[in-house]
Write a protein that binds this ligand. Sequence first.
Ligand SMILES: [Zn+2]
Length: 429
Amino acid sequence: MKIIFHGAAREVGKSCIEIQSEGKRYIMDAGIKFIHSGIEYPQFLDKIHELDGVFISHAHLDHSGALPMLEHKNLNCPIYLTALTWKITNLLLEDSYHLEKLKHIHPAYVERDIRKIKDDLRFVKFDQEYETHDGKIKFRFLNSGHIPGGASILMKVEGKNVLYTADINTENTNLMIPSLLGNLQEKIDILITENTYGDREHPDKKDSEEGLIKSINTCIAGGGSALVPVFGVGRSQEILLILSKLDKRIPIYLDGMAKKLTSLILETNDPYVDNKELLAQMFNRVKMVDGFNKRKEIAKKKGVVIVTTSGMVQGGPVVEYTSHFINEENNFIILTGYQAKGTNGRSLFEDHLFYSHHQRFQVKCHVRKFDFSAHYGQDSIHILVEKLNPEYLILQHGDIEALEAVKLYFDRKGRKNVLIPQIGEEMKF
Ligand SMILES: [Zn+2]
């Protein structure tokens, strides 16, 4: 068998791992990468003419965003994924297609390609064994604890067990039941895992939750309002669950993709989404916001909380709210996750500056940031690898510093066969 990384090798973005076996070609994930000049696709897509199967771990576009490209190239092959992953992916693909059009970025495919994906879908349930249509590979989707619908994938290829954790969380959150991959009984021959946080630990989850609630209370006691930018999938639902601890008299507004995504997650029966009843209660408690005028009205209110996409203040309704919020000294903007370089979220937090319509604005309001990551941290990576004790450990989906930190840890422990592949590198097993 050969394993080739077409993306997420020494980087985060465009996850796409090819497995070649007995003349057949399969890929795990078909992601894209957002870069300044637009979008990057896994390179091999230009050259490939036939594909025998696609496995999608979860809906984030860095794992699923290249699916329309496969259709555009007429690579009609089965796509294995959970039903919820498809529902979320479909929503994200349609949204990003329209956004690209709005920004005058020419998408590499047409809208019809998104609709064509449906014909190739093969829905998979968690924890059940399946076989690819050609009978070559047996596989199981296991809860990854990362986002609703998300899975780690265990495959049997040429008698070897290959486990792809994909994005994974083994730690507790309010929204997701954590991954229990460490309890797998199978002997793992090849473990492929993400290392987003390979060189650092998360702050204590309880501290982050208390920090968020405390900041909102301080803000409201001081006569301001709190704007909470969130990533739509997972994070917005996690934040809603935490906000259930707020005094019920404080009005909470929900806006952007977070509305549709929360209702999708509530209406789908996913066994690993936790606290669904509380989420449903919160969804009923919040007030939905729609339209430019309504937003303007809400942004001027005092004593309220607004939860809206996007998480890095780069697009979506949060940009409109922010342009009002920054002028009021007693307002708070509370960021809820990682803020990449060059994003508004990063410059709000680090420089107290906000960029909009090619102009720069000074930020007068307070800016706070709390970490609610959906990826496992350094210690949990070490623990999982030690529990599974694979023959080969392949480190991917991380910056080079994070990947090398994990490799160094295992080198010191005397572990053999710890690999950090390059893009396009062929690994034989
Ligand atoms: Zn992800």
